[in-house]
Design a protein around this ligand. Sequence first.
Ligand code: SF4
Length: 339
Amino acid sequence: MNPFSYTRADTVHDAIAALMSDPEAKLLAGGTNLVDLMKYDVVHPSAIVDISHLPLNEIEDLPDAGLRIGALVSNSAVAYDPRVRRNYPLLSSAILAGASPQLRNVATTGGNLLQRTRCYYFYDPSAPCNKREPGTGCSAIGGVNRIHAILGASDKCIAVHPSDMSVALAALAAIVEVEGPLGRRDIPFGEFHRLAGDRPDEDNTLRRGEIVTAIRLDSNHVAGHSSYLKLRDRLSYAFALVSVAAAMELAGDGRIVDLRLALGGVAHKPWRDTLAEAEFAGASADEATFQAIADRLLAGAEGQGGNDFKIPLARRAIVRALRQAASGGPEDGIVKAVQ
Ligand code: SF4
């Protein structure tokens, strides 16, 4: 591990100033990903700026019945908050499907969004990797790519985003509040993470010096019909091969009024296609519609060899999650392992 300086930020302004004064500085909150990245010799920050004591650890009610979740609220605190469980059960289920209780107790809301891919080659400094070292190539293309992307991949990187929480936040159309040297701004969740394109080293659309301060959730009418389904190699403590956050508002006659569908484990960012969702407004919430939604969402899916199985797996997972959501959803935290 390389030497680095350590400072503790007392205000958001301090943290922004520290990032602006040193482009190699990294923020430390829960540290559940950053410390691993340092131990694996993947990142070499010259300075660690500890933001864990900033006053960003409250979940506040908003006037319109929404919630504002501070960036330092732990994943456990979000998942078990009674308001989240009642009004955003999709978010609670997604968080509880990820990591382990110990990790969820220290991992933060902001950190969850900013965690790096779990591509094996990214964590191996001896392997070419455009995300870790731009211009060196992608070892996963033509290599071992069982866990990699089937949607939106580029010829520079086929990594996937590892977060469960972010998949639910994408479906719930959350807003990411950030603060930086030019002030505050809101980023719609779908615009926060990036596809790899020509710059796989850039995971998100944060500008230099900006930090995530909160996540905002509007009130919604889908809480009664939502489901998070996660498929993975082990029954617990594993990243998703495919996950589906499904939610819908249903009319009295069983027709879909509002459809929300996001996929995890399949792309460089949580995958949501709002145009496809809109095409199914007014359709009956039945098996034929769910199959048609899955076909529409996966029309552009492409395997890389080792992950070809993800396409039929995702198709079945979408149909199953939609079926569960329409029927009122499963209990929190229920997940299925791939056999
Ligand atoms: Fe690196 Fe992305 Fe290729 Fe993995 S998929 S080796 S992260 S460039």
